[in-house]
Design a protein around this ligand. Structure first.
Ligand SMILES: Cc1cc2nc3c(=O)[nH]c(=O)nc-3n(C[C@H](O)[C@H](O)[C@H](O)COP(=O)(O)OP(=O)(O)OC[C@H]3O[C@@H](n4cnc5c(N)ncnc54)[C@H](O)[C@@H]3O)c2cc1C
Length: 479
């Protein structure tokens, strides 16, 4: 049965569709663009649902450059915002992700996605919301009825804070939101270092103190496994090219740490971070900024040897990673799925033509050495026994207490039943060890609510009864 999809262009059209759906005993499944790749795309949980694709509601309604407050409709993509900021010479970061320019700002924030440029935790940047409830009434954030600006400035409002119930919920169709954007720093550098499995715990332990000491200056921190670097950066890791021989012998993991600073603070901050990392092991730490990458690129493009082309591509990929850190969109994330994809080719990665199905496995982990060791050893056992390919492992530091280990897992469409059985069993194994992902695929919903978090979702259903007693909105999604 073909799922019906509507593309409303206004709140009143949404209300009409909602009424028709209720008359016909259907539920509606709103998406901002439906590019939730690896988490179910725009597939509703309820097979009886109509999709409300809000991608045509893509206006940037307002931007307050003094305060960095952006008011948007749901369909606004990373690319739309980048174009707007560039055209108006506003030096602010696009809240980007590895999904690249087609990802929406709001869909990603409502899923509690995270990205590379500041502010990385996208749900935390939501200042206020407006949307339609199941009974057709319009919800607005607390202080909006007093003054729209105050509503964005003091997000707690007064009384119970309902906005926090709205990400990863199924109680409201969001039609508008204000997001906090962060102004760009003068200088952006990426520090790169490699280390071995044995050193993972001590490096991670050090990261917490780095974040506390240099709050605001230390940005995105990722720890990528060697396989990831090799896939993302062509046949042999770019680090083989850049790293000294002492680093090459410690290449199980690569840390990339972004530092934001200004001309005065840059040197002392980088020096202090390097010093603290060197206290763990004496090894060279590479620092790249945009001009260093440009010079390298230019130099390599002048060399007449064919083998240099590989290095040149590696430098360009590193440049793309830096662009993400600088708040631009980039398609470099797709190299985790297909190492031969060239993000500089100016074309999109066509996920519909990708020959595999994708599901992310992204367990959360306390930022503490024991937990990291336990999670990694379980994941490695799972991987060894897995009939499906776990492509890459990336630890992302979410805050000084938490990491997420993000793994794209691929399978072929004809093995889908086998895959979901295996995938659910993996989650039970992880739960038994004390780990659970931060976000779930549509196909996992009933399993999450009944097997993984049964107590929590009992409460969720109690709340849901008052917001959406008939289950008209996003039926089955996080409920
Ligand atoms: C290679 C690759 C890299 C990726 N990297 C990242 C990454 O770095 N970080 C990350 O977070 N994700 C990443 N993703 C996953 C995903 O593609 C993005 O999160 C993407 O932004 C989600 O799609 P969307 O913005 O179109 O949101 P949508 O699909 O529109 O929305 C996601 C969900 O939010 C809810 N929702 C959306 N809009 C509304 C609304 N208006 N009202 C009520 N509920 C709503 C729905 O449940 C919907 O299913 C990646 C995917 C790929 C393939």
């Amino acid at each position: 049965m073909e799922t019906v999809e509507f593309f409303p262009a206004s709140e009143s059209e949404i209300s009409q569709i909602l009424k028709s759906a209720q008359r016909e005993g259907k539920s509606v499944y709103p998406v901002s663009a439906g590019n939730n790749w690896g988490y179910g795309d725009k597939q509703p949980v309820d097979q009886n649902a109509w999709i409300l694709n809000l991608s045509k509601m893509n206006r940037i309604l307002d931007f307050n450059p003094e305060m960095g407050i952006l008011r948007i409709e749901p369909g606004v993509t990373q690319k739309d915002l980048q174009t707007f900021l560039e055209k108006n010479h506003h030096e602010f970061y696009v809240p980007n992700t590895g999904a690249g320019s087609r990802g929406t700002l709001l869909g990603n924030a409502l899923e509690r996605g995270f990205g590379i440029a500041p502010i990385q935790d996208h749900a935390s940047a939501i200042l206020s919301l407006r949307g339609i409830l199941a009974d057709g009434s319009v919800y607005e954030s607390p202080l909006k009825e007093i003054d729209p600006l105050l509503g964005d400035c003091f997000t707690w409002g007064v009384g119970p804070h309902l906005d926090h119930l709205i990400s990863q919920s199924s109680w409201i169709i969001i039609t508008e939101a204000s997001l906090q954007l962060q102004p760009k720093a003068e200088c952006t550098d990426i520090l790169v270092l490699s280390f071995s499995d044995d050193e993972l715990s001590s490096v991670v332990g050090r990261l917490r103190s780095l974040m506390w000491q240099h709050e605001g200056a230390v940005g995105s921190i990722k720890i990528l496994n060697k396989r990831q670097i090799n896939k993302v950066n062509h046949k042999d890791g770019w680090t083989d090219f850049f790293l000294s021989s002492d680093q090459q012998s410690h290449q199980d993991w690569f840390l990339t740490l972004v530092v934001y600073s200004n001309a005065i603070t840059r040197r002392p901050i980088i020096k202090s971070i390097k010093k603290q990392l060197r206290a763990i092991f004496r090894r060279s730490i590479l620092v790249f900024d945009a001009s260093r990458i440009r010079i390298l690129e230019k130099f390599l493009s002048l060399l007449p040897f064919p083998s240099v082309r590989t290095f040149l591509l590696k430098v360009r990929d590193l440049g793309e990673m830096l662009r993400l850190a600088q708040g631009y969109t980039s398609e470099v994330g797709y190299k985790a799925l297909d190492g031969s994809f060239d993000p500089n080719s100016n074309s999109y990665f066509d996920i519909n033509k990708y020959p595999h199905q994708l599901a992310w496995l992204s367990p959360l982990c306390p930022l503490d050495p024991n937990s990291i060791t336990n999670l990694l050893s379980e994941i490695r056992k799972i991987e060894e026994e897995s009939p499906f390919q776990m492509k890459t492992l990336t630890w992302t530091v979410l805050n000084p207490r938490t990491l997420a280990l993000v793994i794209p897992v691929i399978y072929s469409a004809d093995k889908k039943d086998e895959f979901w059985t295996w995938y659910k069993a993996v989650h039970i194994r992880l739960k038994d060890k004390g780990f659970i992902p931060y976000r779930f695929h549509v196909n996992m919903m009933s399993f999450v609510t009944t097997e993984l978090l049964p107590n929590h979702f009992k409460f969720v259903r109690q709340f849901e009864k008052s917001f959406d007693p008939q289950g008209t909105l996003l039926n089955g999604r996080y409920s």
